[in-house]
Design a binder for this molecule. Sequence first.
Ligand code: C2O
Length: 543
Amino acid sequence: AAIVEHTFNVQNLTVNRLCQNRVITAVNGQLPGPTLLIQEGDTLVIHVNNNSPYNITIHWHGIFQKLTAWADGPDYVTQCPIRPGRSYTYRFTVTGQEGTLWWHAHVSFLRSTVYGALIIRPRSGRSYPFQQPDGEYPIVLGEWWNANVVDVANQAQASGGAPNNSDAFTINGQPGDLFPCSSGSTTRINVKQGRTYLLRIVNAALNSQHFFKIANHKLTVVAVDAAYTNPYVTDVVVIAPGQTTDVLLTADQKPGLYYMAARPYASAPVSADNSTTTAILAYQGASTAPTLVMPVLPALNDTPTAHKFYTNLTGLVTSPFWTGVPTEVDKHMFITVGLGLIPCRNNSCAGPNGQRFAANMNNASFQLPTKMSILQAFFQNVNGIYTTDFPRQPPVKFDYTNTGLSGNPNLIFTTKSTKVIKLKYNTTIEIVLQNTAILTTENHPIHLHGFNFFVLAQGFGNYKASRDSKKFNLVNPQERNTIGVPVGGWAVIRFQANNPGVWFMHCHLDQHLPWGLATAFVVENGPTPSTTLPPPPHDFPTC
Ligand code: C2O
């Protein structure tokens, strides 16, 4: 195993998108940022120098961070931000997972330009549990605002309303041919007829799930969230922010140019940006003036297609990293996820009914601390930063699928607090995530830091244990770090809390995060030195 060292200079970068020059925050002058390529077992050492005008942290999305919680990155959860002019070195070893993950800023909306792929290949002497591809390409889906993204986030926070819609979606940083002034720089993926390629698809968009297709080509899913799956052949990939999907693509069509395209899966009946981002799959030997073939993407609200894709994936039990589903459950929780409101203080709030938007889990709307991170407070036994009284279930039981402000008065108004879930080391926990419909219902991609979980089942309506627990797949469920909880529905996840630290769990639609759709797990140390979190590194940023 190697030590792989990188320096990330976070700085202003001027780029031209959608006919305008814009100053963005980016890493090493690249958009997307550098692709990190390692082998399973390697140690990554990344020196982050913050030469930008903003507070920065970097999160290594999906990395287990075994005994390195100090390197996980979410601001005020594990660390205080790296202030402008300061540096911090993230150091962690990547074991027990292979495939595609990614890294991104975990402050404000900065991940819209501060992100990149993190690819974990098998260690020397091991190979993929599928046909060795002839080539590999990261396909990173992104989201672009013409405005400064920190301003977009701050304005939404100040008004209590929703942030402005983005101006484009992107593939590897480029909007593609359907956007103004963009066709000269559309992303191209070069292939040779008859060869097979591994496409490592990441959804780094902020507020939108995506359908992804390549004209005339089938895709074979072989991994999601850096966990191998049984091969699943499909013509459409559905991918939520935070998720990754590795697919094999065989260039089996006649030499030509084919569009790959992505646009939102917008589960909520709201106005959604329906612009389609494209890239070009270019066969060697295609004629110089070919006609481009465009795939037909599902309708924006095509929930049946999304559900079919999400539920057809299963875990690969022959993977060297397959742990099996823990059978004994130590702790059961029922957690509602959804939007709500908080009262407006000055009568001019831009949310529904003149209130402020909020979001909550079990009616607790998560507020980040400001004085120190939760992880520091846990490690140093500091009181007053968080409380451990996150409710085990929602305060009232009701019809979670019944939309309407009047229907569910007890869950409309939430209070802000920093309530976490405390777990003893090695606790096996099973959580029913139940979507609510208090304001609107939509598919919420819930991401857990520090662990993969098994997705035992998912469905629509109100979860009912006596009926729905019979549907649990305990044999070969998919493993994920981000699960799209079905619109008007539920998902059941299970994992073993075998890593001491503080692990954020939140909606990966970035507009829901400042509204409070989050909580955190505080996992206590185990009984031995090898199950105890070591002290923070000496350059650890303080507040
Ligand atoms: Cu990719 Cu806390 O997020």
